[in-house]
Design a binder for this molecule. Structure first.
Ligand code: DC
Length: 223
């Protein structure tokens, strides 16, 4: 079974997706990490500001990104390096967001993501899991939260490492990224027609998880 979780940054997708996969014994795929790996490769190889899709398409033929199942989750590699320690920052997030609007980048990652879905039961997290990558998924969720709440969460997350950061800055960055992710013409962030929409503004992780588990179990019983 494939379970998809889409939604904007800061809605709590990662925590919930990871927990849901663990509870169900499904593999976990963080597709944001794949886009961030493309962002990292672009940053290292001087392509971060490239705007020509033809140039990006040609460059991607030389980029080696893979997702390997390891202990219940897909680990993203750039060549032979696990990228995790290098991609969780605003710079790489910004590059990933810009490049993710380009057709060759989305095409490049599409088959990689679908292959993960063929490997067995999966919880796949991203922006277009239920709409584009796994349109036939048995259970789809769209996890969201009010803008101010998402900014507050992201601020709390970043503050320990960057004490100079202000809530207003984080809110501004988040709004810019949301605007790009929702406004792009290719695979924009939007709930799939058959997605269960959950607003996590006023409910905690445990409650979101309980709602999701109930829905997945219901779907499992129906098949
Ligand atoms: O979820 P994240 O912040 O790690 O994602 C980084 C960027 O990648 C995000 O701004 C948009 C893009 N992305 C995408 O376009 N489609 C996905 N399925 C996942 C991420």
């Amino acid at each position: 079974m494939v379970v998809t979780i889409d939604g904007p940054s800061g809605a709590g997708k990662s925590t919930v997706s990871r927990r849901l996969a663990a509870e169900l014994g499904f593999a976990y795929l963080d597709t944001g990490a794949l886009y961030r790996a493309v962002g990292l490769a672009a940053s290292v190889q001087g392509m971060a500001r490239e705007t020509s899709e033809a140039v990006i398409a040609a460059w991607l033929t030389r980029v080696d990104i893979t997702a390997k199942p390891e202990r219940g989750r897909f680990v993203v590699y750039l060549e032979d390096r696990d990228v995790e320690a290098f991609i969780r920052n605003e710079e790489i997030g910004g590059i990933a967001s810009r490049l993710s609007a380009m057709a060759p980048v989305r095409g490049f990652l599409l088959s990689l993501q679908r292959r993960a879905g063929q490997a067995g039961d999966l919880v796949a997290e991203g922006r277009d899991m239920g709409t584009v990558v796994f349109p036939q998924a048995q259970v789809k969720f769209f996890l969201t939260a009010q803008d101010a709440e998402r900014a507050r969460r992201r601020y709390e997350e970043l503050k320990p490492g960057r004490p100079e950061l202000t809530l207003a800055q984080v809110a501004g960055d988040l709004a810019a990224r949301d605007g790009r992710d929702q406004g792009r013409s290719l695979a924009p962030l939007t709930p799939a027609r058959d997605a269960v929409v959950i607003d996590s503004s006023k409910i905690g992780v445990e409650e979101v998880l309980a709602l999701m588990l109930a829905r997945v179990r219901e779907a499992g019983e129906a098949t």
